[in-house]
Design a protein around this ligand. Structure first.
Ligand SMILES: Nc1ncnc2c1ncn2[C@@H]1O[C@H](COP(=O)(O)OP(=O)(O)OP(=O)(O)O)[C@@H](O)[C@H]1O
Ligand SMILES: [Mg+2]
Length: 461
């Protein structure tokens, strides 16, 4: 039963009710009631008050506002600093989301350990793991992590965490995780919408008051969204998403929102026994490992402001299902549907009722339209069983470009940097939107097919 300290508010119409119900009594919407702490009545006296009872504020010109340039704190993890826009901003609230076991605790522990080594006051609050478990991880991560200060018990009570923050006043604090803390003011279970909002709100209040930078760890749901309310994303200064599949080596850290920097940055990590290692030469590795077999092509992608060469592989095989499979990993499924339709209509390559699998190697996710051409070439190459390189030891074919619905290739951002990256790794043949249309780009395939059949090549790229 709800306690008197909380109230359930409909997120659609604002109707308030003391008890939770599946349907809002006000607007009849389902599952919209969210538990909130009942605000304590404010002090009635003080200052001259207007008709609404509020105290009038005195506006000032922005030019008169004193904004001291505050130095960012470097976490010592280069990729994390870059994604944050150059380090942690003092007093900011950063939400780090990621699926279970992806390495959120590892990343935050490493960052804090480096901050401690740099002489910063830090605190690691874990509501999930015991001090002994955290020590085990620290042992894996090396000597620097031993200097971390943590509460000796796994604390799930929000009030205790807030009191610790007030007393310790660290410069940087990690709270792992927002979904396991519990506010006694609300009756909902930890991780429920109301609880998560309350926990994050209260931590933010204390953190802003004392200038504590907080790294808030959050779990994501199966669908990949940050569990709990989306309101958290509005509340915090920065939302980082740690993605990749647990069984894969590479993990990417992206900024979904950043009040102090660009959201186009991404960092690539590899999980090793001694912790997360920044991958600075990802392109070299992916190109070196590219198979060059039918169905394989190298995509010159952009990871934020950095070019990255990744291998895109496709497999087209006869299906025994009524509705053939369209399985993707690393790209958007709807994008594959679009590419297949354009390939059939404007490229003369139909996959019919075959199963189609597309995979971006290494667990990398490329969420950009520039991947279209790579998917199209990989699928066409797989469907025809023709490799995109002439000889097995030739450097792989590189490509990038967006596919238009009329079969045209559309330019994408940072074309020169993509080309430069491909050249840097010795990929001489690059199919770019300059080819004009998908049909022109596909000539690469046809040239090789004809050459194999002993016919003269019709066109070069
Ligand atoms: N000795 C080891 N060698 C290599 N990798 C390891 C080792 N020990 C743990 N890992 C990796 O670390 C991951 C767990 O990292 P971590 O605890 O930081 O993840 P998390 O995102 O905090 O998980 P949770 O959601 O459970 O809190 C494991 O999935 C595993 O891949
Ligand atoms: Mg963890």
């Amino acid at each position: 039963m709800a306690r008197a300290t909380s109230v359930h508010v409909c997120s659609e119409c604002g109707h308030e009710t003391p008890r939770w119900a599946g349907q809002c009594p006000g607007c009849r919407a389902w599952n919209t009631l969210v538990e909130e702490a009942r605000a304590a009545p404010g002090p009635a006296a003080g200052g001259r008050r207007g008709a609404g009872g509020g105290k009038a504020l005195a506006p000032v010109a922005l030019g008169d506002v004193k904004a001291e340039a505050v130095a960012r704190l470097s976490t010592g993890v280069g990729e994390l600093d870059r994604v944050l826009g150059g380090g942690v901003v003092p007093g900011s609230l950063v939400l780090i989301g990621g699926s279970p076991g992806i390495g959120k605790s590892t990343l935050t522990t490493m960052a804090l350990a480096n901050l401690v080594a740099a002489g910063r006051r830090t605190l690691y609050v874990s509501a999930e793991e015991s001090a002994a478990q955290i020590k085990l991880r620290a042992e894996r991560l090396g000597a620097a992590a031993h200097a971390l200060r943590i509460p000796t018990i796994a604390e799930t009570d929000l009030a205790a965490v807030l009191a610790t923050l007030e007393r310790e006043r660290p410069e940087v604090c990690v709270v792992d995780s927002v979904q396991t803390l519990h506010s006694a003011a609300l009756s909902g279970a930890p991780g429920s919408v109301g609880q998560v909002r309350e926990v994050a709100g209260e931590i933010m209040r204390v953190a802003k008051q004392h200038g504590i930078a907080v790294l808030l760890v959050g779990h994501v749901t199966k669908e990949g969204a940050l569990a709990g309310p989306r309101v958290l994303e509005h509340l915090v200064d920065c939302v980082l998403q740690f993605e990749g599949e647990r069984e894969r080596t590479y993990r990417t850290l992206r900024a979904l929102k950043n009040r102090f920097g660009s959201t186009s940055e991404a960092g690539v990590f590899e999980m090793r026994s001694d912790g997360l290692v920044e991958v600075l030469d990802a392109s070299a590795r992916f190109v070196g490992e590219a198979t060059r077999a039918p169905g394989s092509v190298v995509l010159a992608a952009m990871e934020g402001s950095r070019p990255l060469l990744v291998e895109v592989q496709a497999l087209v095989s006869a299906s025994d299902l009524e509705i053939p499979r369209r399985v993707v990993s690393g790209i958007d499924r709807n994008r594959l549907a679009l590419v297949l339709a354009v390939l059939a209509r404007h490229g003369g390559v139909g996959v019919g009722t075959s199963d189609v699998f597309v995979n971006v190697v290494g667990g990398v996710r490329v969420d950009e339209p520039g991947a279209d051409l790579a998917v199209a070439l990989a699928v066409a190459s797989a469907a025809r069983g023709v490799a995109l390189t002439d000889a097995p030891d030739d450097p792989p074919l590189a490509c990038f470009g967006e596919l238009g619905l009329t079969g045209e290739l559309r330019t994408v951002a940072h074309a020169e940097r993509r080309v430069a990256e491909a050249r840097k790794f010795g990929l001489a043949t690059i199919v770019s939107p300059e080819a004009g249309t998908l049909r022109a780009a596909l000539r690469a395939l046809r040239v090789r097919e004809r050459a194999r059949e002993g016919q003269p090549a019709v066109a070069a790229l």
